[in-house]
Write a protein that binds this ligand. Structure first.
Ligand SMILES: C[C@@](CO)(OP(=O)(O)O)[C@H](O)COP(=O)(O)OP(=O)(O)OC[C@H]1O[C@@H](n2ccc(N)nc2=O)[C@H](O)[C@@H]1O
Ligand SMILES: Nc1ncnc2c1ncn2[C@@H]1O[C@H](COP(=O)(O)OP(=O)(O)O)[C@@H](O)[C@H]1O
Length: 287
């Protein structure tokens, strides 16, 4: 019984290598993922009586039925613990852009799962939560751990890394989204794909060497989408014309980010706001 309010944060991928395609159609990856201070909010009301999940949201383009990741988590959780479902109302305040490569849906799902488990007195262990998460979305396990990490497998092998968080993350997003499925399609058939040197990125993160990080970031899904999508090519050209710093796509996009020291990020923000006011999202940090 009662209502809780939970913030679910976004993430960015700092480097993303697609290594091989697996039997189940998913791809084996090697990437760095970091949680950032950009949040959705879940207002969760436990009724104390049997029933179903009712989702409402401030954003009309978000599904509020069984398509919502939160609904999938709800069904899977009760199936796992083997008790009748409780009527729960979730009001989802979306602030993380959708189809952006920021993990918004996956994060909502992961934080709802952690809250459900907490409501049932931590009936499931972390590895059981990770198992449920992975069944529903490859990015969900990361948000259950929710720390800077080297992530492998399809997204389930998570090795937390201690890093120095001493730079800003400037987020920019065009006015279109990217389907994750499309970003993965034929990615391994592209030739001269540049890959991230993940070891050097980790070294840069551990030693606060921003140049070493930035110089070694590549994203295979970005390169795949660049080949497939004129919209992506046009967007990158616009950024290249006004920026003299590297920018990279997060995950399957369409959000891009620039990593910059705090004394530089304000100037970049002003330049972006002047040239493309609708693209600028925020200056964020790793949390
Ligand atoms: C690309 C990444 C990088 O962090 O994040 P986003 O850009 O979505 O935030 C993730 O791999 C996305 O994870 P997630 O968004 O949970 O993917 P899912 O819903 O599980 O899968 C959507 C589709 O993406 C493809 N997929 C996803 C993960 C993976 N390792 N290999 C894949 O091939 C599959 O075609 C799958 O059907
Ligand atoms: N809680 C949710 N928040 C956002 N999108 C959701 C949610 N549940 C399901 N979706 C669907 O998942 C798709 C991808 O959402 P999202 O995870 O935000 O993108 P990305 O995986 O690129 O970060 C959206 O098109 C949306 O229809």
């Amino acid at each position: 019984m009662g209502t809780v309010s939970v913030e679910s944060n976004a993430k960015i991928n700092i480097g993303l290598n697609v290594l091989e395609k697996l039997e189940n159609g998913y791809h084996r990856l090697e990437m760095i993922m970091v949680p950032i201070n950009l949040y959705d909010r879940l207002e969760i009301k436990f009724s104390g009586e049997l029933g179903e999940l009712i989702i409402s949201s401030n954003k009309k383009d978000i599904p509020t039925g069984k398509e919502n990741i939160i609904y999938k988590i709800y069904n899977e959780f009760y199936k796992k613990i083997g008790i009748k479902k409780e009527k729960i109302e979730v009001n989802l305040i979306k602030n993380i852009p959708s189809q952006a490569g920021l993990g918004g849906g996956s994060s909502d799902g992961a934080f709802f799962l952690k809250e459900l488990n907490c409501y049932y007195k931590n009936i499931l262990k972390e590895e059981e939560l990770l198992e449920i998460g992975l069944k529903i979305g490859a990015d969900i396990p990361f948000f259950i751990i929710n720390k800077p990490a080297l992530v492998k497998g399809i997204g389930e092998k998570i090795e937390v890394i201690n890093i120095i968080k001493n730079f800003d993350i400037i987020l920019i997003k065009p006015d279109f989204g990217v389907s994750t499925k499309l970003a993965y399609e034929n990615v391994l058939e592209q030739d001269n794909m540049k890959i991230s040197n993940i070891k050097k990125i980790i070294k840069g993160l551990k030693n606060d060497n921003l140049k070493l990080i930035v110089d070694n970031i590549e994203n295979n899904l970005q390169q795949n989408m660049y080949k497939k999508s004129k919209d992506i090519r046009d967007f990158e050209k616009k950024l290249k014309d006004i920026l003299d710093v590297r920018f990279n796509m997060s995950g399957s996009g369409s959000c891009y980010y620039i990593l910059a020291r705090k004394d530089k990020s304000k100037n970049i923000e002003l330049k972006l706001k002047k040239e493309f006011p609708s693209y600028f999202i925020n200056i964020n940090e790793i949390i």
